[in-house]
Design a protein around this ligand. Sequence first.
Ligand SMILES: [Zn+2]
Length: 290
Amino acid sequence: MSSSNLFISNKDDGLTESGAARKLKLDDWEEEKPIIRGRNGHHGNKRKKAAARDPGDEPDSFPRFDEDEEDETRLPNSVIDTDGLSRPGIGTRERLRDSPQAMTRLNKIQGAVRTILESVGEDPNRSGLQRTPERYAKAIMFFTRGYGQDLREIVNNAVFHEDHREMVVVKDIEVSSMCEHHMVPFLGKMHIGYIPDGQVIGLSKLPRIAEVFSRRLQIQERLTKEVANTIMEVLKPQGVGVVMESRHLCMVMRGVEKGTAVTVTSCVLGCFESSEKVRNEFLSLVGGGR
Ligand SMILES: [Zn+2]
């Protein structure tokens, strides 16, 4: 039993600002931290840093896109490593390296991006664009990494027996996903609430669950539903409610060009669906002040 709703409103409620902030974050991720063009001794430095992150890895044998990259190293306090990973989990690089398809996949994406650049009338060889296919390939793999994430691993050890039977709400979870119709981002906030039935989940796991489903090609309606269904399955609570509001760049940048339009979706399960009182409490908690 579930009910889902989709509203599109035109209110200008500050999401414009948060959208802009979000955009900056994406750019930050994609664009490099300061790079030192190393001459001497940087290999040792790099090795030491990688060892601290993932002892099983030998960074120099990780597939590279070009020789240029061998000469790059990051400032010691950089959170993003030269291969785009940030504190990779144990064995992450190994898995990437061991997968015979991994490099083929990245190369294929790079070829496709080069084709796109040519097709829009750009010169893929001009200096600003030379490494764009490579950057984009890494970026799109990052934006869709949810496909490869293990929900059980994420939720494991974070479900606790607790006789709390009041509503738990985590709101304003920042979510960035990719619209599957246009492959451009939609950015916004998700609010998650549930009423436990003997079990609670570590609060930080709720954003993690949202992350798993948002880092892939999505439509907002399905994303909202998948997060609600997952919490229902993992926790078996009395009920769950998920509301998401976001701005779709495919609406902002093309077609109707309504930069202020906010799409709101909701999914309520269990007592959130059957009890109007519960639903209203949830909606007033997540919608307060708007
Ligand atoms: Zn779209």
